[in-house]
Design a binder for this molecule. Sequence first.
Ligand SMILES: NC(=O)c1ccc[n+]([C@@H]2O[C@H](COP(=O)([O-])OP(=O)(O)OC[C@H]3O[C@@H](n4cnc5c(N)ncnc54)[C@H](OP(=O)(O)O)[C@@H]3O)[C@@H](O)[C@H]2O)c1
Length: 431
Amino acid sequence: MSGRARIGMAGWGTVGGAVASRLGERLPGVELVVALVRDPGRHREEARRLAGSVILTADPDELLGADCDAVVECTGDVPLALRLARATLSRGAAFVTANKQCVALHGAELASLAERSRAALAFEAAVGGGMPVVSLLLHALRTDRPRRLLAVVNGTTNLVLDRMAAGDTLEAALAEARRTGLAEADASADVDAHDPAAKLVILAALLWRGWARPEAVHRQGIADLAPVDLGVAHALGYAVRLVAQAEAAAANGDDPGASPEVALAVEPALVPRGHPLAQVEGAGNAVVLDSDLAGRTVLTGTGAGGVPTASAVLSDLAQVLAARWAGQAPPPLPHTPSLRVADAGRRRAAAVWRLAPGRTTARAELAGAIAAAGLEPRRIAGAGELAGLADEEWVAVTGVATAARRAAAAAALAQRPDAYAVRSCLPMLEP
Ligand SMILES: NC(=O)c1ccc[n+]([C@@H]2O[C@H](COP(=O)([O-])OP(=O)(O)OC[C@H]3O[C@@H](n4cnc5c(N)ncnc54)[C@H](OP(=O)(O)O)[C@@H]3O)[C@@H](O)[C@H]2O)c1
């Protein structure tokens, strides 16, 4: 890379600090001229050490008025990021962001604005931290037709699920994730799956060239899981992962003319232990993409942390500046807010249930109740057969059915005279 550039940065925290500390070494000639933070006083000493004459400010207008070639946004503040993006792109400068919520909510608008202004919008750091999944989908697999994407894109919940598999409660596992700096004090965006839902919207937009609304993603977090659910999964040969999945409806998956209808879901699921998603440990991330020409592509990487995420930000910055110096137009991004989202109830899977009947029940009776509720009972195990189950609990594996049918079956089981409490019901991913 050659050339000189002036950049402005918003946010000097975990990610912004790691970007600032490596900018001079990795992108010589690129000067950090202004940085926006909430509290400039707190950053003055480090800023002087790392970036000499950088101006620290709490005023967004000072950042926007600095005539930078690119603005890098690492604040996490969505309205601020949107304001900075609009102003920066409108005047033809590049905007690089790590803000998944801003991109998921406003990607269509910002991509249109970028195209009209011939300005670059880049957001590798918004999904997968240091794992370059945006580049993979935007460049490497550009001409492939995607069929299905499966992903683990939330390192915090992956670490929590690993700890729960070792016997920790959700609370203890979260406390450990906070202690290691991986979870924030308020981890609800992770636990309730808002964070991976936003990332899934971005990945689906790159794959199917249209933006879905984040609320259109079927979303279930990990708050209702108990350690016994992970123990049962292990005994059956599976791991539990918070899986983000996007799948084109079979009818239009191979038809280039059809506007795709895509099922979007984030939910805990049983993943066969040999599957790449089951092998992601701790805070790792992984993506498994099935597409028509390349077949199966698997990417794993470090999903969070200041330095890995700075790798994504710096790479984006290097690319947008190189294109600017060469006078090249930035790669076209999807800008239609038109992704058709399929009814989440149509997703099909076998499932593992943890059930507690309202009175003592025999195995055959339980199998009959499940069949009467419209599902195929494939395997039933009681407290003596699987470790960790309470005396009154049973585990049932049911055959492949739609999510809507499973929901109807849960309601039917609860309404029986011997009312069955459904303590958990987790879909099983096929290999
Ligand atoms: N941390 C990760 O591992 C990771 C991974 C991938 C993506 N990301 C994304 O990267 C972004 C930044 O995350 P982070 O972990 O670096 O956050 P962070 O450590 O909390 O840092 C946020 C920075 O932004 C500044 N800031 C926040 N709101 C502001 C406002 N309204 N006006 C001015 N400055 C403001 C803060 O200023 P003060 O320092 O003065 O408080 C701070 O410097 C987020 O979008 C996050 O989702 C993070």
